[in-house]
Write a protein that binds this ligand. Structure first.
Ligand code: MG
Ligand code: ZN
Length: 219
């Protein structure tokens, strides 16, 4: 009797293949890249503004923003000191590797230390589309409620770090931090977590240190 050894081939989807291409371009340029995801209004752009303002003296930062219609967020990042490129998705509710690749010719990747991609505000599908970025960050915020890891497990499972924004609102909003973090830990054990407020600046430093150390490691 002959036994057959099944050959398991991992067939990459078209998107994943392009994500791999994007990654190798980032690696060739020696830049560190992050994909920031969140629901609308959690504070992705505020986090980017604060990050760019704090780190622009140390790192050359570029930002690619995916939005359904406007360029408000890219304008805010540019005002804070980043080179900003806008992708209007024309109604699409997430960025994919093709859209990201189409924006890259507008940037001199060799000059960039940190590339921040702001995804479309959506807690469902952005995590399903690899972009080729090195790390995925999810921004959660206190007013959204402490049940989000339980309701949107797909988003929380796929990310490397969770930024918990708007902690200045903790005295006013019912939010069980322990319950929230238990949900993250169950889906994503050992992921990095940062509690901060983009409005007051409280808690920003550990996030900035984490980002800087990752970016310097790539350079
Ligand atoms: Mg935004
Ligand atoms: Zn989508």
């Amino acid at each position: 009797m002959t036994s057959r050894i099944p050959v398991v081939e991992k067939i990459l989807s078209a998107n994943d293949r392009l994500a791999v291409e994007n990654r190798s371009r980032f690696d060739a340029a020696g830049l560190f890249s992050i994909n920031i995801m969140a629901s609308p209004g959690a504070g992705k752009t505020s986090l980017i503004e604060q990050t760019v303002s704090a780190l622009k003296g140390q790192l050359c930062i570029a930002m690619i923003n995916g939005d359904i219609a406007t360029s408000f967020d890219a304008d805010r990042a540019a005002a804070a000191g980043a080179t900003a490129v806008q992708i209007n998705t024309g109604g699409d509710c997430h960025l994919d590797a093709v859209m990201l690749q189409s924006a890259l010719p507008q940037l001199d990747l060799n000059q960039i230390d940190l590339l921040i991609v702001e995804n479309v505000g959506n807690l469902v599908c952005p995590a399903e589309f690899q972009l080729g970025t090195h790390k995925s960050i999810l921004v959660a915020s206190i007013p959204e409620g402490d049940d989000k890891p339980y309701k949107y497990p797909g988003m929380y499972r796929g990310v490397d770090a969770v930024v918990i924004n708007k902690i200045d609102l903790l005295p006013y909003v019912p939010f069980r931090m322990e319950f929230f973090k238990k949900g993250i830990e169950a889906l994503n054990p050992g992921s990095d977590q940062f509690e901060l407020s983009c409005r007051t600046g409280e808690g920003l430093q550990p996030w900035l240190d984490w980002l800087t150390s990752q970016a310097l490691r790539k350079a």
